[in-house]
Design a protein around this ligand. Sequence first.
Ligand code: GLA
Length: 725
Amino acid sequence: MILCDNGLFTLHTKHTTYQMKANEYGVLLHTYYGPRVHDGDLSYLIRYIDRSFAPNPEEAGGSRLFSLDVMPQEYSSCGMGDYRLPSLELELPNGSRSASPRYKSFRVERGKYALEGLPAFRGAAEDETLVIILEDAAAQTDIELYYGVLEDYDVITRAVKVINRGSETVKLRQAASLCLDFQREDLDLITFDGKHVLERCPNRAPLVPGVRSVGSVRGTSSHQHNPFVILCRHDTSEDHGLCFGAMLLYSGNFEAAVERAQFDDVRLVLGIHPHHFCWPLAPGESFTTPEAALCCSKQGFSVLSHRLHRCIRERLLQNPWEKLPNRVLVNNWEATEFTFDAERLMQIAGSAAPMGIGLFVMDDGWFGARNSDTAGLGDWTVNSDKLPGGLESLVPRIKALGMDFGIWIEPEMVNEDSALYRAHPDWAFQIPGRPKVRGRQQLVLDFSRREVRDYIYQALKAVLSSADISYVKWDMNRSLATVWSAALPPEQQGEVYHRYVLGLYDMLDQMRRDFPQVLIEGCSGGGGRFDAGMLYYTPQIWCSDNTDAIDRLRIQYGTSFCYPVCTMGAHVSAVPNAQTGRSVPIETRGVVAMNGTFGYEMDLDQTTEEEKEIIRRQTAFFKEHCGLIQQGDYYRLSDPFQDAPYTAWEQVSQDRREALASVVFGMTHGAPPFLSLRFKGLDPELCYRVNGEGCFPGDVLMEAGWPLPLPWGDYQALQIYLSAI
Ligand code: GLA
């Protein structure tokens, strides 16, 4: 619900309220964001006090009581006496760099706004949009703040459009998607950080004076930091306390910066990273930022995750499940790497089909001269030495096994050892006069250029049209460097990083439109581009190149704060694990991979009869329960970063009639303690069968719990399935 009253703007969702007010000088002040409260003007919270070294804008006349530096702003200025984090920076023709947005007007629209060329939560009839138009008079520029109110999800989306209304070019040096000020001193910041093969590990710390900033200047959202952060009270836990989640729907350079300022007030600014960003706006031109989304819970992180997950599942992902009902997959990568031919693939697929696996994915190595990672990228034609007769021959053979067929691609890349590079060396990012910077022996194609994208897309389209293909794994295996586009003049080089992302989105969108039946899975050396922007196009993303089940507990735990289980690519792989050398029982590997999209990435032909039987049981169990696993409310029952004896999580169906708890023990020690698992989210009034037996009231299972067996051997796992009677 949107209420507008004389410069006061109140947005209500089911359980949250957001408010801002334009003051007498036209400064849009932020008054409140948090749990839902009664209507009313909360601007009484803003104090007009003379503070030393807090400058006063000219409009205030002789008054020293008004200073931007001490008041919560809705979209912060730059260079005008607020020394905290700016949201917007405009460079005028005279070289000045500042921004001074002032309230001009507003409009309310039915439904939710859409953003051209950018991912965004989809709107529905019941949504509303508030647009507040600010103006920077000196820059002759309008700044439109968009708010999408997704009432039922407790999510507020935001985006900003900057429009040059003047007669001279204005350079945009920074344009954040979101600025959020808090007048509270009790906040922790949680960021999700890591590296290749250990992504999205939560790091929580109280805010201390100064700025803490995470982000990426790698051209992708990165393994190192995720464009999702949480601010919460010091005492917030899974089940209690106030917390705020903020995500950016963007897959390129981003920055999430949080400042605890001098009076213990806090500002979060989230958006495209200002590093190497400069976007000249000619008269009449506009720039739209990526979308950001906010969510708040006063009942701890579980409820925050439930709200975000539901919103992502229902309003961001494009129905992946309808496309592939039997999508337990097998991928040949860890089994074969580059060394395979059609017969070897048929061998793996042939042993997978009777185990209930419905999708065969051919990974890297099927095209051009791709026999190692030093050659072939860019040449998207089938290698007929490996696959005689091409996909036209292979795919029907796979289909005859009752399986769907999927294929790996890496469209954004080129090897120097490729026909494409030999023909078009200037299509790869390189700075003239500087040496190349290679990553995995490959260069990055300049996707800001339409002709480059068109060429790659036409080649891929021919491949995807040549056979019955149901799934594509879209990979991206290096960070960008030497970013300079041969197609743009010097004054537009600051656009290239963002244009690259826009080009990527454009091609993904094209592929989705041309091949609506194809499920696209994102990947970037595992989880190097795991963000809500990619999820809009690729409803699942390979979570990590690390398939070690014990490490995956951490990676999937961190990922789950924002992203639902159905988005997390997770497979069972062979032991000893290729990343860690650890051996974990196959039952446990199955339990962990089922907390995701579920599949196998190993040589199934080499498994024993006993393992085959276990795999058959796993695929049957997953298919029976995948609705619950992927759509249920997700509860983290323990934190794998703590030295706990086990890691556990639970899914509860929306009607609370079913639940599945999964438990993975750590290393075993002599004389282990008696441990019980306490369920969450059940209906206290319902009675549940536990693994098909008995009758246990929901309150008993939640308060008294369920005794866990004593583990025998390291890394054992179990699943407990509850169904209401
Ligand atoms: C990346 C992916 C892997 C695999 C290889 C192929 O590392 O994350 O899953 O596809 O590329 O080269």
